[in-house]
Design a protein around this ligand. Structure first.
Ligand code: NAD
Ligand code: MG
Length: 399
């Protein structure tokens, strides 16, 4: 039995992970489940999977969970606080850690899993964007195993030989083709962007996801974060990665080789495929995802992204080229701006403006320690909040 910890169990990725695990009771045992505050959903998950530990970051939610579990006679130990996230990933019974907390909140626990030499299934791309070099160094130094859950990176991983870490040049890779759907506003006239509401932005045409990543998909900051993620995961220069818009989300990314071959991974837009792939790797297990019907499939289109339409893509590319803490700043400013947009304090078009402003205000410095990264993340959040406040006063009420 493989012992599994699911960080962010109540989220979209967490729920999909549990659905895959549910199909294989003889292979996987849930040891840890964690969430921020959704104690009712967590209680149901504990009832079904009977983990040894449940962590609620929010203390009151932990108390409520404990009360429910007691009445049900479950012996799951309930912990609270963010330090507990770092403690539980180190447990000897935990072999695999699904890192599926959203945003910078997932950084420390994901790093702790690396330090404990675990097999990490990485959904929390923000942690890699914040601290790419430090993160990859820890994975290497502590012999951890890192498998990408992001569908594009999982596809790229599947299209590469297992020894790709020798270097992409050595294995004959000429380009990585990172696909993206273009989000819900690919064809919306740009003059209407400022009026876009959070409800419209979170309604992705192909994928069902958490709110933050859905807004990131609409601005295409998600593809920008993924560009940075791909540079770190596959140890490659950003110029070797091309973004290709593919509105049908059937091809999940591709790898070009020097001999003229392009390898692609195709499948339904359903995260259970990359989750099952990474959980079982190097084996394969059933995921519950239906097979593509190639004959009934729509025509597949591939087009170049319009950089005018997606300023966040440019900002992410520039931040990666700048290096150091620039990507930490980009990520933090984006998280604050997306939350402000969801709270209706900011227009859709102001998300990229906030990020650009914060990147202009804070000079990048070497990301040489986790303390520096955490400090830079906090600074960027303060500057982003200031920008949003000034912007709100100037604009009056939004929407
Ligand atoms: P979600 O919002 O649905 O779930 C987030 C989870 O994180 C929840 O369990 C929540 O309780 C927990 N959480 C939130 N704030 C927290 C905090 N401060 N401390 C501890 N836990 C906290 O998000 P999601 O869509 O499942 O995405 C999770 C991660 O996976 C993100 O980094 C996202 O970019 C990545 N990802 C998601 C998808 C997808 O299809 N949903 C695809 C690729 C990558
Ligand atoms: Mg993705």
């Amino acid at each position: 039995m493989t012992g599994v910890a699911v960080l962010g169990a109540t989220g979209t990725i967490g729920v999909n992970t549990l659905d895959v695990v549910r199909r294989h009771p003889n292979l996987y045992q849930i040891i840890v489940l964690t969430a921020h505050s959704q104690f009712e959903r967590m209680a149901k998950q504990c009832e079904e999977f009977n983990p040894a530990y449940a962590v609620m970051v929010d203390e009151q939610s932990a108390d409520k969970l404990e009360t429910i579990l007691k009445t049900k006679g479950l012996n799951t130990k309930v912990l609270h606080g963010s330090q507990a996230l770092q403690d539980v990933v180190q447990l000897a019974e935990v072999d695999v850690v699904m890192a599926a907390i959203v945003g910078a909140a997932g950084l420390q626990s994901t790093l702790a899993a690396a330090k404990a030499g675990k097999k990490i299934l990485l959904a929390n791309k923000e942690s890699l964007v914040m601290s790419g070099k430090l993160f990859m160094d820890q994975v290497r130094d502590y012999n951890a195993e890192l498998l990408p859950i992001d569908s594009e990176h999982n596809a790229i991983f599947q299209c590469m030989p297992t020894d790709y870490a020798r270097g992409l040049d050595k294995i004959g890779v000429s380009k990585i083709l990172l696909t993206g759907s273009g989000g819900p506003f690919r064809e919306l006239p740009m003059s209407e962007f400022a009026k876009v509401t959070p409800e419209q932005a979170v309604a992705h045409p192909n994928w069902s996801m958490g709110k933050k990543i859905s807004v990131d998909s609409a601005t295409m900051m998600n593809k920008g974060l993924e560009l940075i993620e791909a540079c770190w995961l596959f140890d490659t220069n950003i110029n070797k990665i091309n973004i290709v818009l593919h509105p049908q989300s059937i091809v999940h990314s591709m790898v070009e080789y020097v001999d003229g071959s392009i390898l692609a991974q195709l499948g339904q837009p359903d995260m259970r495929t990359p989750i099952a792939h990474a959980l079982a790797w190097p084996n394969r297990i059933e995921s519950g995802v239906s097979m593509l019907d190639l004959v009934a499939m729509p025509n597949l289109e591939f087009v170049e992204p319009d950089m005018q339409r997606y300023p966040c893509l440019r900002l992410a590319r520039e931040a990666m080229q700048t290096g150091g803490t620039a990507t930490t700043i980009l990520n933090a400013a984006n998280e604050v701006a997306v939350q402000a947009f969801l709270d209706k304090k900011l227009n859709f078009t102001d998300i990229s403006k906030t990020v650009e402003y914060v990147l202009e205000q804070i000079a990048s410095r070497p990301a040489d320690s986790i303390e520096t990264v955490v400090d830079e993340d906090e600074r960027a959040r303060i500057v982003a909040d200031e920008f949003i406040e000034i912007n709100t006063m100037k604009a009056g009420a939004v929407h």
